[in-house]
Design a protein around this ligand. Structure first.
Ligand SMILES: NC(=O)c1ccc[n+]([C@@H]2O[C@H](COP(=O)([O-])OP(=O)(O)OC[C@H]3O[C@@H](n4cnc5c(N)ncnc54)[C@H](O)[C@@H]3O)[C@@H](O)[C@H]2O)c1
Length: 363
């Protein structure tokens, strides 16, 4: 089968994303690394390796090259960062070692930061296994870990050399995790592509084996690739890469206040997308009837638009103030001027945000 690719255009750091026949591309690249005398190492998690016990071997990796870490967000920590670096050092891995991430966003973020840090940077490759990682975290080069003080507080921009997207890997993904990834898909439609959004409206649902899925994943990657190529390190004064945070200022506050793990990230994003739409309406950017449309598409994919249990408005507002995306002490939001066209909006009245939180079930 011919491999379909898309290129993330970042001059000398440009890289391909492989879609159909991604496993063949992986096999070929791995063989080329080996024939160049390069050492390879994989970081994965136990749940992914259990779900896909033969995938890496079929691509040409050996068991001794795979570091299996525990599944889950706590693995994105200093402890496993340190353990992964030691594993490389203990094997005397040198600068020409290539590190592969085989997993979801947790493994991708951790392994990417390991690759960025070990010997001041070694080559890094992504084999995403969750929908979220395929449409979002594996592309764009944001890597990092959490501190006890907060999420993603340490990290680096470190672009992969290639991304291999094989949607067949999603067949073992639990439905709740799959739905969480769909929140990011809806986000892309809302921020940049009304046609993608119309396609989502027309679907009954979406699953790992849906024939529509590969094209949708590819479209999301194309949007992310373009945004990243224009503003790689999120330094644009307005819009730019920050637009990828549509719904996320609300979502991060929910995750932070409810306690990490209570809501999957994508579930919090579902509520965040609904709130970002309500904010856009309140600011006069969108007509009121768009609220019902956005809520419909979020719910259609088994995601919430309201808090499951009340959280305190004061706590949510305090969490928002700490958001690292804020500029000059002012709250920064991403809003929509129409569905499919997002903008950054600064200096929103905090009273308005408080009332939106109440509408979403906060107390
Ligand atoms: N770097 C970025 O740009 C970026 C963007 C968005 C999110 N993130 C980060 O991504 C992380 C969340 O990623 P995630 O949602 O992929 O979570 P995850 O990596 O924890 O994966 C979710 C769960 O699914 C399991 N799993 C993964 N693939 C599977 C498969 N194919 N079959 C069965 N089980 C499988 C994992 O073991 C885990 O238990 C967060 O830490 C977030 O901060 C990073």
């Amino acid at each position: 089968m011919k491999t379909e690719t898309l290129t993330v255009e970042l001059a000398e750091r440009r890289y391909p994303i492989y879609f159909t026949a991604a496993k063949d591309a992986l096999k070929t690249d791995l063989a080329a690394l080996r024939s160049g005398g390069r050492r390879v190492q994989v970081i994965s998690d136990a749940r992914v390796l259990h779900a896909h016990p033969n995938y890496l071997a079929q691509a040409g990796f050996e068991d001794s090259e795979i570091l299996s870490l525990p599944a889950g967000e706590p693995t994105k920590s200093l402890q496993y960062f340190s353990q992964s670096l030691s594993a490389l050092a203990n094997q005397s891995a040198n600068r020409d070692c290539a590190l592969f991430a085989f997993g979801g966003g947790v493994i991708g973020d951790l392994a990417g930061f390991v690759a960025a840090s070990y010997l001041r940077g070694i080559d890094f490759y992504q084999i995403p296994t969750t929908l979220l990682a395929m449409v979002d975290s594996s592309v764009g080069g944001k890597t990092g870990i959490n501190l006890p003080e907060g999420k993603n507080l340490v990290g680096a921009f470190w672009q992969p050399k290639a991304v291999y997207i094989d949607t067949a890997l999603l067949e073992t993904l639990p439905p709740r995790e799959f739905a969480a990834g769909l929140a990011e898909v809806i986000k892309y439609g809302l921020l940049a592509d009304s046609e993608l959004l119309e396609n989502l409206f027309a679907l009954d649902g979406l699953a790992a084996d849906s024939p529509e899925l590969p094209a949708i994943v590819r479209r999301c990657c194309a949007i992310k690739a373009q945004v990243v190529a224009e503003d790689e390190t999120e330094t644009a004064q307005a819009d730019g890469r920050a637009l990828l945070n549509l719904g996320h200022t609300f979502a991060h506050a929910i995750e932070n206040v409810a306690g990490y793990g209570e809501y999957l990230h994508g579930e919090a994003v579902g509520i965040g997308l609904s709130l970002a739409t309500r904010l856009s309406v309140a600011l006069g950017q969108l007509p009121e009837n768009e609220i019902a449309r956005v809520d419909q598409v979020v719910r259609q994919f088994q995601l919430p638009t309201q808090l499951r249990a009340p959280l305190r408005v004061g706590d949510l507002m305090a969490a928002m103030q700490r958001d690292k995306k804020n500029r000059g002490g002012r709250l920064r939001f991403v809003t929509m001027e129409e569905l499919g066209n997002a903008v950054t909006t600064d200096g929103v009245d905090t009273k308005l945000i408080e009332s939106l939180w109440r509408d979403a079930g906060a107390s």
